[in-house]
Structures are given as structure tokens and as C-alpha cells.
Design a protein around this ligand. Structure first.
Ligand SMILES: [Zn+2]
Length: 251
């Protein structure tokens, strides 16, 4: 938000706290709307191997190719984020601040999820490689411990080009970090002799010992910083593009 300018920045800054509060709404909706659960990830590796050339960006075409069940089970975040973008630009066009707030915060959530590598793989929680719990170890435990050491560069909002294509490339970029995260977790656990079985309970969630996170941050501090910076930049850019589309397209 800080690297935006002009009317858009004023408008978003005015609602800053509401945007932050409501950015978690999509997670809260999961209980009431079963389809919402599917809007937070895309299992790219459900479509073959990198770079997944058999995957179609167009929802209908990919459904024709892979079947509706497979496509929905593999997660619909790309199309959900795209819809939020379109709805946001429509809300800007109508000057409807409630709808602006709603879709700007939804978009922020989906863009953040798209930058988390473990939202792009079938093995999202390490369940296929005996690394259960990696999702929250990386996303919550590691990130929260080191957030104040992350440097955020101020990058001006940019035109990202086609929306769906740029959302897809965010997912692809995420995917290439998956193996790094899994490898770091494997190596650190074996190096420190951590007994995974002792940490399996999730009520309450059992947190790995502190040295685990220190080592993980050495491995993954750079990609963590990169993905967080990219997420912020892409979100600012998409907000700005939606605003331009909604207010200056002459409709
Ligand atoms: Zn989410």
C-alpha cells in the first residue's frame, strides 16, 4: 500500500485496518461455503510435470481436458483470484466502497496464498514425503519468527499484463521452491536428530524446537524474503490495475 500513489493510495490507506482485518475473510468463509476451501490453492503437479504445459489457463478448456472433478480438486485459486480482480475493478467503476473493500481484501488473500509455495503442490503438508506439518512450520512458525528481519523493498505498482497469465506465473514461481522447502526440512530434521513422531499432535499443535527454525531460516530466509516482497508488489500492482481498469477505461 505504501508504494501506491494518489487517489488509490488515499482510499486504501483510509481503510487500511479494515483491509487487514478482512484479508482473512476467505479463510473464515471456508466453514460456510465448501467451495471456498478449494479457492486457496492449485496443485500444479496434479497436471503432470513442470512446466505443466498440458494445463490450460481457461477454466472451461482445462475442465474439458481434465474433467471437472480433477480441476476442482486440484484447487481453483487462479480463477478465484481472477474473479476478485474483475469484481474489484467493477467496484471501482461503481464507486462502491463496501464492494471495493470486500474484493480488495479477498484479492490480497488469494495473492498471498499464491506466493506460498506449499499452496501449489499436492504434497502441501509434506504428507507424501513423511514431513507432516511442513505447511504451518514454513508459513506460520518460520515466517512469524523472522518477519521483523525481512527487508521490504518499495517497488512501484506495475502493469503485470494479462491477469490470469500473471496469476499463473506467480503459482509457477511458487512451485519451483517446493522442493527447496522439503529438502531443507529433511536435512535440518536429520541434522538435529528431531523425532518427528513426538511432534505429530495438532491439538494443540506441537512446535518443533527452536534450532530447527534457526537452521531453516539459514536455508530459506532468502526465498522467504523474495516471495513476501513479490507478494506485496503483485498485490499493489493488481489493486492499481483494477483501479485503472475500473476508473479510466471509458465505460
Ligand atoms: Zn488461504
Amino acid at each position: 500500500m505504501d508504494s501506491l500513489e494518489g487517489d488509490l493510495k488515499d482510499l486504501l490507506m483510509e481503510h487500511r485496518q479494515a483491509l487487514i482485518d478482512r484479508s482473512m475473510d476467505p479463510d473464515r468463509r471456508k466453514d460456510d461455503e465448501p467451495e471456498e476451501f478449494l479457492r486457496h490453492f492449485i496443485n500444479l503437479d496434479g497436471y503432470g510435470h513442470f512446466p505443466f504445459t498440458d494445463f490450460e489457463l481457461d477454466f472451461r478448456r482445462t475442465v474439458q481436458k481434465w474433467g471437472e472433478r480433477k480441476v476442482t480438486e486440484n484447487g481453483t485459486i487462479l480463477w478465484a483470484a481472477h474473479r476478485s480482480f474483475e469484481a474489484l475493478s467493477q467496484a471501482f467503476r461503481n464507486g462502491d466502497s463496501e464492494q471495493i473493500l470486500r474484493h480488495a481484501s479477498d484479492l490480497s488473500h488469494y495473492v498471498a496464498d499464491l506466493h506460498q509455495p506449499l499452496h501449489t503442490t499436492t504434497n502441501y503438508n509434506g504428507q507424501l514425503t513423511a514431513q507432516l506439518g511442513i505447511h504451518f512450520r514454513f508459513e506460520i512458525d518460520l515466517a512469524s519468527r523472522y518477519l521483523d528481519q525481512i527487508q521490504f523493498a518499495k517497488m512501484p505498482a506495475a502493469d503485470l499484463g494479462g491477469i490470469l497469465a500473471s496469476l499463473h506465473s506467480m503459482a509457477l514461481e511458487s512451485f519451483v521452491w517446493v522442493d527447496n522447502i522439503l529438502l531443507a526440512d529433511r536435512q535440518v530434521v536429520s541434522q538435529l536428530g528431531i523425532e518427528r513422531e513426538a511432534f505429530l499432535g495438532d491439538r494443540p499443535r506441537r512446535i518443533y524446537p527452536e534450532p530447527y527454525f534457526e537452521h531453516m531460516f539459514q536455508w530459506l530466509g532468502s526465498p522467504l524474503e523474495l516471495r513476501l516482497n513479490q507478494a506485496v508488489h503483485r498485490l499493489n500492482s493488481l489493486w492499481w490495475m483494477a483501479w485503472v481498469k475500473g476508473t479510466q477505461s471509458g465505460h
